[in-house]
Design a protein around this ligand. Structure first.
Ligand code: NAD
Length: 375
């Protein structure tokens, strides 16, 4: 029998980012958070009490709960696919934090498993569903910058060891700036240009050990296992090229820099780690005005504003309506395929083809409203 009313959600992984998800999901009437689970049941309990969630327990408690329809997987990247696969095996749809996995095979296997079970997989980031990126995509589709030709993206800062209480996983295989923050920028690029055809990259590591700066374990020294600066270039199947910097090695913080150049203008797109921001366009100056400050037109932002958790809502609604989630497993897999290809390119020092393909991701409907009950 098809259920009605809010979709029951269970969390696996109740660390740092679970706070943000719990705050935001509480605002969506189509979602009801039923239970929180973690390897560390005390952490799940503390988080549940903090947010007024009535039940907590182990991973198995979440998976066995009859009212949980969607599992929100907020574990560390190394176990994303394993936990997501368990959720599918338990008959649950799954939303997973990025990346979908840390290797192609387990990511692909997960999608096959879900497909065979008739269950949905959605993958972060959902920031691209926010009004910032959606407004930019609509403007580009209208031809506001002509034919898109190229893009540049930059995210650089000192690294998450400065704020995360348990940052080791962010410097381990499956993370580093490429796999940890690369998904935001690459998902944005794929939303703008479509499937990636090939990539090349170079990478480096500023130092082999880092020190935790925040929380109870501040002062602890740990090994850095991945490149902490990556420069990557990509070519897209339908045309267009991009260049990107992903760095945990820069004293100068520069975040959220996404610039798309078309035949008629250059567009600044909001930080893909956030849901909104400013969309601005500048056009080529007359020869006499070259060297002067660029003149910017601002594109008015349209669409409903919500934060992290929007993708869970979209997936939860899709699980009832039969729609395909916009932040889909296929998109998450194509981004993973691209991340792995960049990693291979920088190790092998050659151009690496990206084999997977995805259809152009549909836009969020104009009248999408996360804050009304629809189910
Ligand atoms: N922290 C952020 O600002 C942030 C932002 C966006 C996305 N993310 C992503 O969210 C995910 C979680 O990040 P976090 O910062 O909350 O990490 P965290 O280390 O604070 O929390 C991870 C939690 O997962 C649990 N866990 C680990 N392995 C498990 C397993 N096998 N079974 C059950 N529980 C397990 C841990 O006990 C811990 O409570 C990561 O993929 C990260 O990339 C984090």
């Amino acid at each position: 029998m098809t259920r009605t009313g809010p979709v029951g959600v269970g969390f696996i992984g109740t660390g740092m980012i679970s706070n943000t998800y719990l705050e935001n999901l509480a605002r969506f009437p189509d979602i009801e958070v039923i239970i929180l689970g973690d390897l560390n049941v005390d952490a799940a309990k503390a988080r549940a009490l903090q947010h007024g969630v009535g039940q907590w327990g182990t991973v198995d408690d979440v998976l066995a709960h009859p009212d949980v329809e969607v599992v929100v997987n907020l574990t560390i990247p190394a176990v994303h696919a394993e936990i997501a696969s368990k959720a599918i095996a338990a008959g649950k749809h799954v939303w997973t934090e990025k990346p979908i996995s840390v290797d192609r095979q387990s990511g692909r296997d997960l999608l096959v498993q879900a497909d065979q079970a008739g269950l949905l997989v959605g993958v972060a980031p959902d920031t691209v569903l926010g009004p910032g990126m959606q407004t930019a995509r609509r403007a580009i589709a209208r031809g506001d910058i002509g034919e898109p030709l190229s893009a540049q993206t930059v995210i650089q800062y000192v690294g998450p060891d400065i704020f995360h209480p348990n940052p080791e996983f962010l410097f381990s295989p499956g993370a580093g700036p490429l796999f940890d923050i690369g998904p935001y920028y690459l998902t944005a690029l794929v939303q703008l240009f479509g499937s990636v055809a090939s990539v090349a990259a170079v990478g480096s590591q500023s130092r082999p050990k880092r020190t935790i700066r925040a929380g109870d374990r501040a002062g602890t020294v740990f090994d850095v296992q991945v490149p902490t600066h990556v420069s990557a270039i990509a070519r897209f199947v339908d045309g267009g090229v991009s260049q990107s910097v992903f760095s945990f090695d820069s004293p100068l913080t520069r975040m959220g820099y996404v610039e798309v150049t078309g035949t008629e203008g250059t567009m600044i797109i909001p930080d893909p780690n956030f849901f909104t921001g400013e969309v601005k366009i500048t056009r080529a100056p007359a020869f006499e005005a070259m060297g002067e400050k660029p003149v910017w037109e601002t594109v008015p932002i349209t669409g409903a504003y919500a934060e992290r958790g929007l993708g869970v809502l979209d997936l939860a609604r899709a699980s009832r309506t039969g729609a395909t989630p916009l932040a889909s497993g296929e998109l998450g897999f194509h981004v993973l395929d691209t991340l792995v290809a960049i990693d291979e390119a920088l190790t092998q020092e050659q151009v690496v083809p990206v084999r997977s393909r995805i259809d152009r991701v549909p836009l969020v409907a104009d009248d999408y409203d996360p804050f009304i009950a629809t189910l």
